[in-house]
Design a protein around this ligand. Structure first.
Ligand code: AMP
Length: 235
């Protein structure tokens, strides 16, 4: 089964796809992760060019991205299927993908800007570079446009101390409302033409509200795939 997941920054799409992939026996493919690996390991002029593009927050040219994606999905581990996270980001990429492989469904994670801003501003991460401790102090319980958002906090046991390694927690300096608003604007501008394009195709397109903790969203996505007869059991 081949899937695409869309979702704004802070919607948790990376987490959901990481959890869904093993349940479906498919692989998660994130072009962002691939590029970060290239920046880390490729010290040639190509690696440096990619590093420059990423540091400016720009998109890597389509011809490079399409080739990288094509190579990745032809690997043996992707034969049973994949979930694409961060690709396609342009119409050119969407059209290239259409000519390369079949997509069975698109999952579009949606959330109001105020919820995303509140949730991202409440992120607290571990200061130990070797630890991936990640917490959230926002406690959201309200209804917006008829959708109930029930997103409890994920607190450390001791205030501002990581449960995993005991190091101090801090707030990333890009997790501020101003920076988040800018990231959401860029996401909207980049992704809306691609989403509009997919809405006009026959590929099943499902909207999933980010209104519950990740384990429940994962179940909701699996339910949607079940409704589409893409899987037999929901978990
Ligand atoms: P992400 O983690 O998905 O936000 O990706 C990090 C960076 O990798 C982006 O800011 C782009 O520079 C690059 N990148 C990731 N996916 C793509 C894509 N589909 N097309 C072009 N550039 C991409």
């Amino acid at each position: 089964m081949n899937l695409i997941i869309f979702g704004p920054p802070g919607s948790g799409k990376g987490t959901y796809s990481q959890r869904i992939a093993p349940k479906l026996g498919i692989v998660k493919i994130s072009t962002g992760d691939i590029y970060r690996e290239i920046v880390k390991n490729d010290k040639t002029s190509f690696g440096k060019m990619i590093a420059d593009i990423l540091s400016r927050g720009e998109l890597v040219p389509d011809d490079i991205t399409n080739k990288i994606l094509e190579e990745r999905i032809s690997q043996p581990d992707a034969k049973k299927g994949f979930i694409l996270d961060g690709y396609p980001r342009t119409l050119n990429q969407a059209k290239f993908l259409e000519g390369t492989t079949k997509i069975d469904a698109i999952i579009n994670i949606i959330a109001p800007e105020e919820i995303l801003i509140e949730k991202i501003s409440a992120r607290r991460v571990c200061s130990n570079p070797k630890c991936d401790g990640n917490y959230n102090i926002a406690d959201i319980n309200r209804t917006i446009d008829g959708v109930e958002y029930l997103l409890p906090p994920l607190l450390p046991k001791k205030d501002m101390i990581c449960d995993k390694c005991g190091s101090k927690l801090y707030q990333r300096n890009d997790d501020t409302p101003e920076v988040i608003k800018e990231r959401l604007k860029i996401y909207e501008k980049q992704t809306s033409p691609v989403i509009e394009y997919y809405k006009k195709t026959n590929i099943p397109f499902v909207n999933v509200h980010m209104n519950r903790p990740p384990n429940e969203i994962v179940e909701k996505i699996l339910e949607e795939l079940k409704k589409l007869n893409l899987i037999k059991h929901a978990s």
